[in-house]
Ligand binder design. Structure first.
Ligand SMILES: CC(C)(COP(=O)(O)OP(=O)(O)OC[C@H]1O[C@@H](n2cnc3c(N)ncnc32)[C@H](O)[C@@H]1OP(=O)(O)O)[C@@H](O)C(=O)NCCC(=O)NCCS
Length: 218
């Protein structure tokens, strides 16, 4: 019997676009405050081996270009004094709350980043992005998905274990900020009917908990 869910989740997923890049940078800074430099999101848009998904809040927009913060705000004010610099017309863009980054190489999908704005965590967004990433990897015929996560990141590990990632070794002193070890986690073969059934079951449970949503893949 088909399950019927009447709730609608206020977040949806789609491929990252150029106008999302500054906000994805903000999400990255919030989610990974000690990591520097941030991934080159703009360049990644042209990388044929990369795939980036964003989660956005439906019906909520913010101005683009984003309002500068701190030192950049001061510099922007200074620049506006120059008559040759015409003010940029702001346009309204989706409010980005999270992102997932993937690299596809050979038969492998590598989850290179998964982050959600701090104030939006524990609302099903990270799980939504992970499920969409697994769907994208399946569609691209990746045999499995692999990732690294800090050995201390028990919240992320709980999410990955829920989606069938198994521990597959440790990379010593992998993180440059504090020398922490990384746990390598890997799924079984994505094409196995058992794995796809598990994924469908988890997506259904997510929908029942958080509401229906829309996922657009590249
Ligand atoms: C890890 C992260 C992406 C999870 O996203 P999220 O939107 O907060 O998580 P969700 O609400 O979708 O949680 C889904 C599941 O993940 C697990 N989980 C997530 N955060 C957890 C936490 N702090 N403690 C325990 N389990 C957690 C739970 O199993 C949860 O399922 P449940 O709600 O049924 O218990 C998010 O917390 C984040 O951006 N953290 C900082 C960056 C980071 O660590 N990224 C991962 C790098 S490998």
């Amino acid at each position: 019997m088909k399950h019927v869910v009447s709730k609608v989740m206020p977040f949806a997923v789609r491929p990252m676009a150029l106008l999302d890049v500054p906000q994805v940078g903000q999400v990255d800074r919030e989610a990974f405050p000690t990591m520097w430099p941030p991934p080159p999101f703009k360049r990644e848009l042209d990388n044929e081996l990369a795939g980036y998904l964003v989660a956005f809040e439906r019906g909520v927009t913010v101005p683009y270009p984003p309002r500068p913060e701190g030192m950049s705000r001061w510099l922007a004010r200074l620049r506006r004094r120059s008559p040759s610099e015409a003010p940029l017309e702001a346009e309204a863009v989706d409010f980005i709350v999270g992102y997932a980054g993937l690299w596809f190489a050979w038969d492998e999908a590598h989850l290179t980043g998964l982050g959600v704005r701090t104030a939006y965590q524990r609302r099903g967004i990270g799980e939504l992005l992970l499920a969409a990433s697994l769907d994208l990897a399946t569609r691209k015929n990746s045999r499995y998905m692999v990732l690294e996560t800090r050995v201390s990141n028990l919240g992320a590990q709980a999410l990955y274990e829920k989606y069938g990632f198994n521990r597959n070794g440790v990379r010593r002193s992998y993180y440059t900020d504090n020398g922490e070890d990384a746990l390598v986690m890997i799924t079984e073969a994505l094409s196995l009917p058992g794995y796809q059934e598990r994924l469908q079951g988890l997506k259904q449970a997510h929908e029942e908990k958080w509401g229906t949503t829309e996922i657009v893949l590249p």
